[in-house]
Design a protein around this ligand. Structure first.
Ligand code: ZN
Length: 356
């Protein structure tokens, strides 16, 4: 159930099961229990596959604070890119070199884009985290799986002085871009994934907006549902997910009611989720079940890696959403729908020009 996710400008439909035909935003509004009772008006992630046949405009997204103040309470945007494929000489733009606002303004004024923009060669399997405040652009000959905060706020810094589909130049947002550029951020030098692969799983990124893992399956493998939900995209190969056949281009949502995900075959997946927000109810865990893959019961303390620390109950009794969500998982398991599947209409959803 991905492709475009639940943003009003790109909602997606559930392909099968009890909710077939409904949109993801409907499911989010009507059945929040399937998402571990996460809070929020909108489904928190947007997942897109961008097939750039042309250089996309050079953009920047504000952070949440700036967007809230200047864009009617919208969210800012943090996003990340996994390179599914690219032409041999393909490049991408991530980051910029001006040291401060004045220097950036001068470079823009003088059209010194080559001096300003950080252009990088890319390869299949590269990964880039694009924090808000980062100048970025996807360039021609690039197929990317993008996971991002659900928001539409984009400032266009430069559009290669080319006319849009209506023959006119599209508006630029130079002042907002200058307001938002993070001049302290270090521009990356390449997109090579350096995170370790542990039992086929590589954590590509984990931040307050989302966590994105790459999962390689060769044979069979079981993933515990550690999150309020998971979005799965098969990016290579084929096999089964919980017994259902899937192949490159299959997208699935594993709701919180699925406690574990059985994968079989030879395939590669990108799995995205959001961090559980602060729960509405008491954070105290009740009942018995599994937490971070271990059996546990009320009052037990589970140790975990630092990256997951905020999800587990540690020696110190501090609020943790995990235990609450654990109960939700266990309670809803009986008779709940299995994986919800959506096949994208074509192997990949192409960029239609709205985000050119
Ligand atoms: Zn962007």
């Amino acid at each position: 159930m991905l492709g475009h996710l639940a943003h009003p400008n790109g909602d997606c439909q559930i392909a099968e099961g009890p909710y077939a035909g409904h949109t993801l935003s409907w499911l989010w509004a009507e059945h929040r229990e399937l998402f571990g009772n996460c809070e929020g008006k909108e489904f928190p992630l947007l997942i897109k596959i961008l097939d750039a046949k042309d250089d996309l405009s050079i953009q920047i997204h504000p952070n949440d604070e700036y967007a809230a103040e200047h864009e009617n309470g919208s969210l800012g945007k943090t996003e990340c890119w996994y390179v599914l494929d690219c032409e041999p000489d393909a490049t991408i733009i991530v980051g910029q070199r001006a040291k401060d606002r004045a220097e950036a303004a001068q470079m823009i004024e003088e059209g010194r884009w080559d001096d300003m923009l950080n252009v990088l060669p890319i390869h299949k399997g590269d990964f880039f985290q694009i924090d808000s405040g980062t100048v970025h652009a996807i360039k021609t000959g690039t197929l990317i799986l993008e996971t991002q905060q659900s928001s539409d706020v984009t400032y266009r810094l430069y559009d290669y002085d080319r006319p849009g589909t209506d023959g006119n130049l599209r508006p630029l947002h130079i002042e907002q871009s200058l307001d938002c550029i993070d001049f302290d951020a270090q521009a990356p030098t390449d997109g090579t994934v350096t995170a370790p692969e542990v039992d086929g799983v590589t954590e590509l990124e984990s931040n307050p907006c989302y966590t994105v893992d790459r999962v390689r399956v060769n044979g069979s493998k079981t993933l515990d549902q550690r999150w309020p939900f998971m979005c799965l995209s098969v990016i290579d190969g084929e096999g089964t997910v919980c017994g259902d056949p899937v192949h490159k281009g299959s997208h699935l949502l594993a709701p919180s009611t699925v406690s574990s995900i059985d994968l079989e075959g030879k395939m590669e997946l990108i799995i995205s989720t959001c961090r559980p927000p602060v729960p509405k109810r008491s954070p105290t865990g009740r009942g018995v079940g599994r937490l971070l893959g271990q059996s546990c019961s009320h009052g037990e303390h589970i140790k975990c890696s630092p990256a997951r620390a905020e999800l587990a109950i540690d020696q110190t009794p501090r609020p943790v959403p995990a235990s609450l969500w654990l109960v939700t998982t266990i309670k809803k398991q009986q008779g709940a729908p299995p994986l919800i599947k959506r096949e994208s209409p074509s192997p990949y959803i192409t960029n239609q020009g709205a985000y050119r």
